[in-house]
Design a protein around this ligand. Structure first.
Ligand code: B1M
Length: 215
């Protein structure tokens, strides 16, 4: 296979052998972020489709996720950076009950490489922990990620909890993940939350939102 097709296939197959060498080769032709967006994410999309239609079993999905993480980690040091961290601080978490973190970690990379400080507290985070960490780290905004349909319900609960604690005005919230839609966030969740809640379709929109929040 030609280089970029082979790279995409390595993600689908969860093949670590030769992955980094192919990435080095690819970086001679494209920027690291282009490789992530055009090739690696395309591979993850194939994985999602295969899994969704019952043609791929979970352990293989896990291998693909590992290959994706390895590839992103290999590319990350080569990305353009503004490491100043002075533009503001974002807390990132995947919500309670949800282990998916590839998308959240991409948001971390893009936002922290563009002048923000990111406090990434990992997956399966209950609202209590999210708010404790937000308080402790004096963040300017809270970002929640979730890929399961049930995570969208958790997000709504989380926003209601923030309302009832009277901290909605303090924390603008950014939401993302494959189970959400823009309409759901901008119509329903926007009605729920007494503060500012916004939807980010991808990591770049996450960055744009952060810029807007900090204006
Ligand atoms: Co899971 N899984 N999974 N899985 N998995 C999905 C989400 C699913 C849609 C697959 C399918 O059926 N087609 C399905 C959910 C169905 C539903 O809820 N209706 C599903 C399922 C069912 C499950 C399990 C329940 C399977 C099981 O155990 N029977 C289980 C759940 C465990 C749990 O959470 N409790 C499970 C487990 C796993 C693995 C562990 C094997 C693995 C995750 C590994 C990991 O993340 N460390 C995995 C994977 C890899 C997937 C798919 C195939 C790929 C997800 C991914 O990484 N995509 C996924 C299929 C799909 O999404 N279509 C699927 C690439 C990633 C870059 O995209 O995260 O969407 P994404 O992020 C995007 C944007 O959404 C956005 O930016 C990113 C791009 O720039 N974004 C944000 C994301 N978060 C953001 C936050 C922001 C802003 C933007 O601000 C805060």
């Amino acid at each position: 296979l030609p280089l970029f097709e082979r790279l995409e296939q390595r993600i689908v197959d969860g093949e670590l052998n030769g992955l980094n060498a192919d990435l080095d080769e690819a970086m001679k032709e494209k920027k690291p972020l282009e490789i992530v967006n055009e090739t690696l994410l395309a591979g993850m999309k194939v994985v999602g489709d295969l899994f969704g239609s019952g043609q791929m079993q979970l352990p293989f999905v896990l291998q693909s996720a590992e290959a994706m993480k390895t590839a992103v980690a290999h590319l990350e040091p080569h990305m353009d950076k503004d490491d100043s961290g002075g533009k503001g601080r974002l807390l990132l978490a995947t919500v309670k009950g949800d282990v998916h973190d590839i998308g959240k970690n991409l948001v971390d990379i893009i936002v922290s490489n563009n002048g923000y400080e990111v406090v990434n507290i990992g997956t399966k985070q209950p609202i209590n922990t999210i708010l404790e960490e937000a308080e402790k780290n004096k963040v300017d905004a809270i970002g929640m990620s979730g890929l399961l349909v049930k995570s969208t319900v958790i997000m709504k609960d989380n926003l209601e909890e923030m309302n009832s604690r009277g901290i909605a005005e303090k924390y603008p919230v950014m939401l993302g993940g494959a189970a959400l839609t823009r309409t759901f966030v901008e119509n329903q969740l926007d009605e729920t939350y007494e503060g500012d809640v916004r939807y980010a379709k991808d990591a770049f929109e996450g960055l744009t939102l952060m810029d807007r929040i900090m204006q």
